[in-house]
Design a protein. Structure first.
Lengths: 327, 334
């Protein structure tokens, strides 16, 4: 039991993050001050939210490359809505953001489910389409800080018990996800679909529908993050969060989510996101050349995947090879 | 204007329109200068047209024809140029949608004795007599440091937040900044960081700068994404007024930062001055007061003079400084 806890991905990752923090503290002690750690957590919140969405999709053997574009499109929509109706309460804006994101996630889900197109192709396509739509609705123009209403910008910054709202949103979603993945039939179905689709069918799980649900959830999170992102950085334009989809995949993979599906945990994905977040926030203060920054982020991903491959090797034994081949 | 431009197919129509532009259009001693822009309806160019009208009023006997296609295409501009040739204007000052594609029609214009210059966005040297750049790398580099230094009479620490480490124009500007740095006493450049023109990365880099250098006085960001993100990071850290974010940005994007106090001032070219100068130069060339040749000095009225390099490029002036005093006027323009 103890050995299992010690060798669990989450423990190793948490230890790696701690080691990383110690290493950074040696060069820059102020980094580990509580206020800065809170800032790092807050800064990583969008990545954690999207990494959870990415995780549930990857668990079903799919991938969602459109999350960042979904975030950007939702962000642009709510920002423009805010200009048109500055009086709209933030709660309504959040509901609209989540609804828009959900809709886009459902489009991905439907294409994967009903048309059976490979997920990577579907989301690569919708990624480009979403970015294109942002350009069409905004004419390539920016929505700037002075055009947004104060309330619109204030929400992610508002503090409750010393923690900004953006962090609280992330914490709530993490807890909800934990319950969803471990205590509901949907959560278990997601693992089943990714772990062994054929067996899942025999147990009465609709594989396509489960994938559709996973995409919908990922879309909803991307939509929510879209509002948070745009209001936090107080700017919306076509390219916001460009390339962020790969960060979400990286966070999930570093967190031990198997790209082949079926393996991974909520806290693993969260820690994976935090690991990347610590690196992203630490590199500017430890004074490392920007070219090295890219190499370091890349190496972390490869090390993590190597770990995953190791872990998968000892996952279990196939005792009836012929039977599996026959199926 | 838009509709008129669309039906501008035939010479007959064009001639009618030329007459329609002003009662004195037919008089021989009036200089008619066409200000051709990338597309109509863009705030930046409307402002340039305002500057051109100002120059025309100053010169007298000058008529400005402000025109351009309805969308930013080279084809649209070629149609406009052809109709201007048919109208027999005296000069064309163009901000081009394509470096090469406009050359044949502009050559044709020059063969008919029309003065052709490009401004803002240039065309290849064989397609124009001179090109007016809004500024030069030296002037931009100097202005960036000056903006920071002006608010630091006793000296202080500044850091540069650039786009990507491989962006050519950024690196040239940073080089120029480093060159002029010794001229500003007490200004110490502590770091150069790269935000890759991503809002989130630039924001983090700005946060990192403030954490690493607690005494930091100014962040210079010669990139429009970086300057906005840095200003937001400074405002969020409650350091507005303490750390001054400056550099190159657009008034519409920076209005919030000026308002919050995170940025005291920043710079970018002034479209009004640009339109004014282009008109002044076009008038001087068309009337034969000056000739465009390498090394020549051309008059630009209140903007002084411009000296041309070997390829006929000239730089107008220092980037124009925007601050709390004029931001409201410009934020709706561009």
């Amino acid at each position: 039991m103890l050995k299992r806890i010690l060798t669990a991905r989450e423990t190793i990752l948490a230890a790696a993050i701690l080691a990383l923090l110690v290493l950074i503290a040696v060069r820059f002690p102020a980094f580990v001050a509580p206020s800065n750690l809170i800032a790092v957590f807050n800064d990583t919140s969008p990545l954690m939210l999207l990494a959870l969405g990415q995780m549930i999709v990857i668990l079903t053997k799919c991938i969602d490359l459109s999350v960042a574009a979904n975030l950007a499109l939702t962000g642009m929509c709510v920002a423009m809505l805010n200009i048109m109706m500055p009086g709209l309460p933030v709660a309504v804006i959040i509901v609209i953001a989540v609804a828009l994101g959900t809709l886009m996630g459902m489009i991905n889900g439907l294409l994967v489910w009903k048309l059976d197109i490979p997920p990577i192709v579907v989301t690569l396509g919708t990624m480009t389409i979403f970015r294109g739509i942002i350009f069409l609705i905004s004419n390539g123009k920016w929505v700037n800080a002075h055009e947004m209403s104060p309330a619109f910008k204030a929400f992610p910054r508002a503090e409750l018990l010393g923690l900004p709202m953006m962090s609280w949103v992330a914490i709530l979603v993490i807890l909800a996800f934990f319950v969803l993945m471990t205590r509901t039939s949907l959560g278990r179905a997601v693992y089943a679909v990714g772990g062994n689709p054929h067996a899942a069918v025999y147990t009465g799980i609709d594989v396509g529908r489960t994938k559709f649900t996973a995409y919908t959830i990922s879309g909803a999170l991307a939509g929510l993050t879209g509002y948070l992102w745009v209001s936090r950085y107080a700017v919306a334009y076509v390219d916001i969060a460009g390339g962020f989809e790969l960060d979400t995949v990286a966070a999930a993979v570093i967190g031990g989510v198997s790209i082949a599906g079926g393996v991974g945990s909520v806290f693993g994905a969260v820690l994976g996101a935090l690991f990347l977040g610590v690196i992203k926030n630490a590199l500017p203060v430890v004074n490392i050349s920007p070219f090295w920054q890219l190499a370091i982020s890349g190496s972390a991903i490869i090390v993590a995947v190597a770990f995953n491959a190791q872990a998968n090797r000892t996952k279990g034994r196939v005792i009836l090879k012929q039977a599996e081949a026959a199926a | 204007m838009r509709v008129i431009n669309k039906v501008l197919g035939t010479v007959a129509l064009a001639a009618t329109m030329a007459a329609g532009f002003g009662a004195t259009a037919a008089s021989a001693d009036e200089t008619r200068i066409a200000l051709v822009v990338k597309a109509l309806g863009i705030g930046f160019f409307e402002a340039a047209a305002k500057g051109a009208e100002e120059a025309a009023a100053e010169l007298g006997d000058t008529e400005i024809i402000y025109t351009g296609p309805t969308d930013t295409t080279a084809e649209g501009q070629i149609e406009v140029i052809n109709s201007l040739i048919a109208q027999g204007v005296d000069a064309i000052a163009i901000s081009a949608n394509d470096y090469d594609a406009l050359v044949p029609s502009l050559k044709k214009a020059m063969q008919r004795g029309i003065t052709v210059i490009s401004w803002d966005s240039g065309v290849a040297p064989e397609g124009r007599q001179m090109h007016l750049n809004p500024s030069s790398n030296e002037l931009i580099g100097n202005m960036c440091v000056k903006l920071a230094a002006d608010h630091l009479p006793d000296g202080g620490q500044v850091a540069i937040l650039s786009a990507s480490a491989t962006a050519t124009n950024q690196n040239i500007w940073i080089e120029e900044m480093k060159k002029v740095l010794p001229e500003y006493e007490g200004i110490e450049l502590v770091a150069t960081v790269y935000g890759d023109d991503l809002a989130d990365k630039s924001y983090r880099e700005a946060q990192g700068l403030m954490a690493t250098y607690p005494d930091l006085d100014a962040i210079i960001a010669p990139t429009s994404v970086g300057i906005v993100a840095a200003a937001q990071a400074v405002a969020d850290a409650g350091k507005a007024g303490e750390v001054n974010v400056t550099g190159l940005g657009l008034p519409s994007e920076m209005a919030g930062a000026i308002e919050s106090g995170a940025s005291q001032s920043f710079a970018i070219w002034n479209p009004i001055d640009l339109g004014y100068s282009a008109t002044m130069i076009a008038h001087a060339l068309a009337s034969g007061e000056a000739t465009a040749e390498p090394g020549a000095t051309l008059p630009m009225g209140r903007m002084g003079e411009v000296t041309l390099d070997d390829e006929g490029n000239g730089a107008m002036a220092d980037p124009f400084v925007y601050d709390a005093g004029n931001i409201d006027e410009f934020k709706s323009i561009f």
